[in-house]
Structures are given as structure tokens and as C-alpha cells.
Design a protein around this ligand. Structure first.
Ligand code: SAM
Ligand code: SF4
Length: 338
């Protein structure tokens, strides 16, 4: 079926990222402030509401769902939520409407959930891990434990899940570790994806000073590793290369230095039911208001389409190079879902 959700420049929306909570057991320096105030629970959509919205998108041709947050695995009853979504998947015995169900997690509780996720039909997970050094990990995440995330990654691999390690590249923080991380990912059979720091929400940290253009990182890595260009884009913003020495892939997400907007097929549903059509813009449509005022699927669809009709041509993140000024949305990545 062709997607019913097409924006004015012809970009077909086939990928929905769903934030199921703004809460998290970590406070990564680039994502949250030390003392975050989380949303009152009543503001956050319950699972029934989330499922209802997801279903409207899937009926309109969305083929890929990524569950994120905050930390999705800290939300109670997240297991049954995945099991329900998994029933929509297309597989040999069942002509489902969804091609892929996946999640992004910090890994702290992945060891508890890896098997449940696999049983539900999840086959790939993105795990955020910016360093392999215990002290650095504690410093970056402010309260995370490296061993828990490593245990989570091991459990995921043992359960049969493919793992992509996501690392935010930060000058002076982890930029001396990319070789080690590439080698480690090769050893455990995981892809590595480096991400440029984006200015989302106030975190109490100066991200301008940490900004590292990944074109420089790639050129540096290419002096020691054989990086072969690949065409696969996996429906996401990452550009991949094969690392000949390990056989695994390295991906680069470069929203700051390169714009990936022309092929953007994604929209994001926040945990409060705001639909954002661009990570870099504030403009959203309040689907929760439609839901909670008794709106039917047609009303929800009209709301969704009105947001998609306004999907910006491109994001306009700016990192001031001289003034230290940062400009980007005031909302945190943990609300929108990364
Ligand atoms: N808690 C989960 C995790 O950390 O994987 C899922 C949510 S987190 C907001 C999703 C992704 O966004 C993570 O890979 C994280 O590294 C990334 N992220 C958060 N803030 C960012 C920022 N300011 N710039 C770039 N990436 C960011
Ligand atoms: Fe939590 Fe993920 Fe944000 Fe880190 S990046 S604070 S783990 S939501």
C-alpha cells in the first residue's frame, strides 16, 4: 500500500519515532540538565492512547516504528506494549502492516528485556554508549553505570538482536576513543554510529565547545581503517561505510555539517502526543488534545496531515562558532525522542 502521508514536496512518511516517556535513569550532559523536572504523569500518554495513535499512522502506511524516550525501558509495562506492537509486524505466517519495530535505549535495563523484545519481533536495537571508560561514562551520563549498559549489549546479542552502538562525538570528551570503539564493536559484531552534538534544550552545558564535525573524524579514521562507502541508508539519517578490517559498519549522523532533510521520511510523536515533523523545529500538532476530546480516527488523521503539510524543508540548527551561541529547539531530545 502506498503511504497516505505525503508532504507538499513529495516526501512520503513511512517512519514514526515514538517517545514513550520523558523520564530517564541517566542525565547525559548533552541531553538533560542535572536537575530535570519531569512531566506530570497525567500529561504523558498512556499505552492505550499511544497504541491508538500508532495504529492511525500504521494504517496510513507507516512501516517502521522506533520506540524511544527518555529511556523507554524505564517505563512500567513496556514489555506488553512491545508485545502488542509486535503483533502488527509482517512475517512469513502473518501479513502484518509493519516492517520493523525497534528501539533506542541507553542499555541500562536491556539485560532484563532483551528476550522479551526478541520474542515481540524486535530484531535490531540502537544502544547509546559514548565511551568504554567507566569514569568517563559516569561523567557523561552523570548517573549511569557502564557495566549495566555493557551487560545489556551482551544480553541483546545473546538474544539474537543486532546492535548498533550510538556514540555522540564530543571534542575533548571521547574523541580519543573512536579507534577503540570501532575495534570493540568489530569484536562483538555491532555497528558503530557517530552522531554530531545537536543543540536541543538547555542542559547546563556548552555544547558549542564540544561540537566536532564528523567529516574530520571520518578523514582521520580513514588513515588507519579501510572505510568502504555503502549505499544502505536503513531509512534513517545515518550514512554508512563498511569497515573492511572488522566487517561491521560505521555510520555518521551529521545534522550540523550536512543536511539530510531532502530524503527525510520521519515524523516524531512526543510522549505528550505532540507530533513533530522535524527535530529542528518547534512547530507541532497536539494529537493528545484531539484524542482526549473524543476525536475519532478521521479527526486524528486530519491533525496528522495538517502537521505533515507544514513539514519544514530543512532543519536549521545553528551552532555559533564565535559567540558561543547555540540555537535549536527549547524542548529536550528526551521529550521529542531522539
Ligand atoms: N535514552 C535512550 C538513549 O539514550 O538511547 C533513548 C533516547 S535518547 C534522547 C536518543 C538518542 O539521542 C541517543 O542516542 C542520544 O545519544 C541522542 N542525543 C540526545 N541528546 C543529543 C544531542 N544534544 N545531540 C545529539 N544526540 C543526542
Ligand atoms: Fe537519558 Fe538517553 Fe537522554 Fe542520556 S541520551 S539522558 S540516556 S534520554
Amino acid at each position: 500500500m502506498l503511504s497516505g502521508l505525503v508532504d507538499p514536496v513529495g516526501r512520503r512518511i513511512s517512519y514514526l519515532r515514538v517517545s514513550v516517556t520523558d523520564r530517564c535513569d541517566m542525565r547525559c550532559t548533552y541531553c538533560m540538565s542535572e536537575r530535570m523536572t519531569f512531566l506530570p504523569r497525567a500529561d504523558v500518554l498512556d499505552f492505550e492512547e499511544l497504541l491508538r495513535l500508532c495504529q492511525v499512522f500504521v494504517k496510513q502506511g507507516v512501516r517502521k516504528l522506533r520506540i524511544t524516550g527518555g529511556e523507554p525501558l524505564v517505563r512500567r509495562d513496556i514489555g506488553p506494549f512491545f508485545e502488542t506492537l509486535g503483533q502488527w509486524l509482517h512475517h512469513p505466517e502473518q501479513a502484518g502492516t509493519l516492517d520493523e519495530l525497534t528501539l533506542t535505549t541507553n542499555g541500562s535495563r536491556l539485560a532484563l528485556y532483551a528476550e522479551t523484545l526478541f520474542r515481540a519481533g524486535v530484531r535490531r536495537v540502537n544502544v547509546s554508549l559514548d565511551t568504554l571508560d567507566e569514569e568517563r561514562f559516569a561523567h557523561i551520563t552523570r548517573r549511569g553505570k557502564l557495566t549495566a549498559t555493557l551487560d545489556g549489549i551482551r544480553a541483546a546479542r545473546e538474544a539474537g538482536l543486532a546492535v548498533r552502538v550510538n556514540a555522540v562525538a564530543m571534542a575533548g570528551v571521547n574523541d580519543d576513543e573512536f579507534d577503540a570503539m570501532l575495534a570493540w564493536c568489530g569484536k562483538i559484531g555491532a555497528d558503530l554510529c557517530l552522531i554530531e552534538t545537536m543543540p536541543m534544550g538547555d542542559t547546563g552545558e556548552d555544547r558549542t565547545a564540544r561540537y566536532l564535525p564528523l567529516s574530520d573524524v571520518r578523514a582521520d579514521l580513514a588513515q588507519r581503517w579501510t572505510l568502504e562507502p555503502l549505499m544502505d541508508r536503513s531509512a534513517g539519517p545515518a550514512r554508512y561505510m563498511r569497515v573492511a578490517e572488522t566487517g561491521q559498519r560505521i555510520g555518521f549522523i551529521t545534522p550540523m555539517s550536512h543536511n539530510f532533510c531532502s530524503t527525510c521520511n520521519r515524523v516524531r510523536l512526543s510522549c505528550t502526543g505532540q507530533l513533530y515533523t522535524c527535530l529542528g523545529h518547534e512547530d507541532g500538532v497536539d494529537l493528545r488534545a484531539i484524542l482526549r476530546s473524543g476525536g475519532d480516527d478521521a479527526a486524528l488523521l486530519a491533525g496528522i496531515q495538517s502537521a505533515i503539510d507544514r513539514k519544514p524543508l530543512r532543519h536549521d540548527f545553528m551552532l555559533g562558532t564565535h559567540s558561543g551561541e547555540v540555537s535549536g529547539p527549547v524542548r529536550h531530545m528526551s521529550v521529542t525522542g531522539g
